[in-house]
Every structure is written in structure tokens, then in C-alpha cells.
Design a protein around this ligand. Structure first.
Ligand SMILES: Cc1ncc(COP(=O)(O)O)c(C=O)c1O
Length: 369
């Protein structure tokens, strides 16, 4: 055997998560980004950035104070991160020993599993039912004394399903030995926040992102909220300069422009109802969503649909390989004009691929395929 450099054994077993980012020209309804843009106030600040913003190391604390004040918590209860991705990474690094269990309900956001596995944790997944609802009872039953991290996105990606506040609280309380992350990346579009429980329940963490409603995915800016004592531990593994100076300089303006967020969210919600109505009228199985996207079932037509929509300048996301999502496509909602364009192109695309709605096979039948 070669005695050259090798990655850790667990890393050798990981697969790179490589989202299909290449060639994303057109209307990007594939990544749940805010495709309307961001607050014009943020752009204005960016246009007048000084050299000093770029040549000095960025200071995170003022940004943490700004986020804390906007969310009504103390700044010691906030850590700003390089997107929610880094918040998840930091939680895994802070709490997981090799062999500890991480619990997630699937389908869900991929990065929980990746960061947990990278620490040597054992990831236990609980499959959602046919309706892709939050599998509360099954998740509760799967908690063991070795469970040290539980991640729940509510609203969830790619299903748009939510967990109720009571369910989330019960989960956090059932596993006091575990860090429980409630990922509120899509909270502007639906669901019930647990923000008021920060500082009340010691093992509760909540993350928020600027990538979705705020339209700032390129900034890579997220916030992790938790109790002061737990975040003191987590800060020990965080890089002091994890959030870049441009994002920090624009943060207050982004938070202040509530009107922009409200206007954009209203357009998304209207678009979501229209898209769900379209699916309903056409008998296309879909999952009612509380987020800025809707997952629907196109069965054997899904690849042709994604390709046809791309031809028409609209990118939508094939979720076929997510557990329980065979044949599914997820479409993000944008502003009113973008929804008009989507609802013009989608029926035409379906007609041109000769689509006829298909009943969705049951999970058990699919497993037997
Ligand atoms: C549930 C969920 N959490 C987090 C993220 C990533 O957030 P960020 O861009 O802040 O890393 C996504 C992105 O799709 C997501 O769906």
C-alpha cells in the first residue's frame, strides 16, 4: 500500500455535493434564490464601496448586533456565518464525536448529512410518508442516547412542508443531549418560527439566511442563533473572518428595507397559489408548499420537461434523486412578471413533450422497482 498522503477514511467515502451550477443562463427557477434581485439600498451601498472595506479584515460583531436587534435577541445569541452552510458545519464541528448519531428526516437539504458524515458521525435518516409531511412521530422514536445533532428545515426543501411549533418544541425537549437545529431559511414564506425560544431552551439552534428572501445568495451570509453558553463553545471553532466585508457593509441596509422584502414575499405567495392552482387544474400531483417553490410529480416526463423548459429559457430543478421524490421537479417562484412568464411557458412545454398526468406510485411500489 502506498504510504503517500491520504484523506481521512471517512472523507474518502464521501461524495462531492456538486449542484448543477454550470450554464445557468435564463430565468433561474432552480435554486430557490430570490430571482427578483435584492434591495436597491444594498446595491446603492455596493456602488460606493471604499478601498478600506476591502483592505481591512472584516469585523463581524457590529453585524451580529444589527441582526440581533432586528430579530429581538441579544448579540451574544447570534453568530454570523458564511451562509447557513457554515452554520451547519460549525454545529457539526462543535458537537459531534465520531460515532455520535445525527438525525434527519428525508428528503431534505443535503448539507446536513454531508457535514455530519465528515465528522465521522453516523447519520440516521427517517423517510417522510407519501404526502412528504414532516415525520414527527418517527423522528421522535429514532432519538437515542447517542443522538447529538438533529436538523430540521421548516419549511423544508424540497417539499415545502412545515413542522408545527408544538412538534418542533417536543423534538427539542425530547433530546436535551443533542444540538437541535431548526433551519428557518424559508421562514419568510411560511411556517412558525421558534425564535422566541432562543435563550429559553439551551439545546435549540435556529438558522436564518440572506440567500433566499433577501436576494443575497452571492454574499454568503447566514445567522446562527442559540443560547449564549452554547454559542460561546461554537465561536471557538469559527474563523474570526468567516463573513466577508462586503456582506457586512451592506447588512444593515438589507435588514432595514422591510418594504422590499414584504413586496417580494407577497409576489412569491401570489405566484405559489397560481402555480398550485395550475397543477390542481391539470391533475398534476404536487405538494402544497409553505416555501418559495413547489414540488410536483411528472413521472417519466420529468427529464424531458426540465430540458424543454431550459430550451425556453427557464431553469427548473430535477429532484428525482431525492429520497421519495422519484419523478419530481421543483420550481421556484419569482416576482409577478417572472411568474407570468413561467405560467405561459409551462403549459406550452408540457404540450410540446406530449405530457399526460400520471398518478404517483406509492413509496413501497417504487422501492420494489
Ligand atoms: C433548507 C436550506 N437551508 C440552507 C440553505 C443554504 O443556505 P445558505 O445559502 O445560507 O448557505 C438552503 C439552500 O438551498 C436550504 O434549502
Amino acid at each position: 500500500m502506498s504510504n503517500g498522503l491520504r484523506a481521512r477514511r471517512v472523507v474518502e467515502t464521501l461524495k462531492e455535493y456538486h449542484p448543477p451550477l454550470g450554464g445557468r443562463d435564463g430565468l433561474r427557477l432552480d435554486f430557490n434564490e430570490n430571482v427578483d434581485g435584492c434591495s436597491p439600498r444594498v446595491l446603492q451601498i455596493l456602488h460606493s464601496i471604499s478601498a478600506e472595506t476591502l483592505n481591512k479584515y472584516p469585523e463581524r460583531e457590529p453585524g451580529e448586533r444589527a441582526v440581533a436587534s432586528s430579530l429581538g435577541v441579544s448579540s451574544a445569541q447570534v453568530v454570523l456565518t458564511n451562509g447557513v452552510d457554515e452554520a451547519i458545519h460549525l454545529l457539526a464541528e462543535t458537537y459531534l464525536e465520531p460515532g455520535d448519531e445525527t438525525l434527519i428526516a428525508v428528503p431534505t437539504f443535503s448539507m446536513y448529512e454531508i457535514y455530519a458524515l465528515a465528522t465521522g458521525s453516523v447519520v440516521r435518516t427517517v423517510q417522510s410518508n407519501e404526502a412528504l409531511e414532516f415525520p414527527f412521530a418517527e423522528l421522535l422514536r429514532a432519538i437515542t442516547p447517542k443522538t447529538r445533532l438533529i436538523c430540521v428545515a421548516s419549511p423544508n426543501n424540497p417539499t415545502g412542508a412545515i413542522a408545527t411549533r408544538e412538534q418542533l418544541l417536543a423534538l427539542v425537549q425530547a433530546a436535551p443531549q443533542a444540538a437541535v437545529l431548526i433551519d428557518e431559511a424559508y421562514i419568510h414564506f411560511g411556517g412558525e418560527s421558534l425564535l422566541d425560544q432562543i435563550g429559553v431552551i439551551d439545546n435549540l439552534f435556529i438558522c436564518r439566511t440572506f440567500s433566499k428572501a433577501f436576494g443575497l445568495a452571492g454574499f454568503r451570509l447566514g445567522a446562527l442563533l442559540g443560547s449564549v453558553g452554547q454559542l460561546t463553545m461554537l465561536r471557538r471553532v469559527a474563523s474570526p473572518y468567516n463573513v466577508n466585508g462586503l456582506a457586512l457593509t451592506c447588512l444593515q441596509a438589507a435588514l432595514d428595507d422591510r418594504e422590499y422584502i414584504a413586496g417580494y414575499v407577497a409576489q412569491v405567495l401570489e405566484g405559489r397559489s397560481r402555480l398550485e392552482e395550475f397543477y390542481h387544474e391539470r391533475n398534476i400531483p404536487f405538494w402544497p408548499s409553505q416555501a418559495n417553490f413547489v414540488l410536483a410529480y411528472f413521472g417519466s416526463y420529468r427529464q424531458a420537461l426540465v430540458a424543454e423548459m431550459r430550451q425556453r429559457g427557464i431553469l427548473v430543478r430535477d429532484r428525482n434523486s431525492d429520497p421519495g421524490c422519484a419523478g419530481c421537479v421543483r420550481i421556484t417562484l419569482g416576482n409577478r412578471v417572472q411568474t407570468e412568464r413561467l405560467l405561459r411557458q409551462l403549459p406550452e412545454a408540457l404540450a410540446s413533450i406530449g405530457f399526460t398526468p400520471q398518478p404517483r406510485p406509492t413509496l413501497a411500489a417504487k422501492e420494489a422497482l
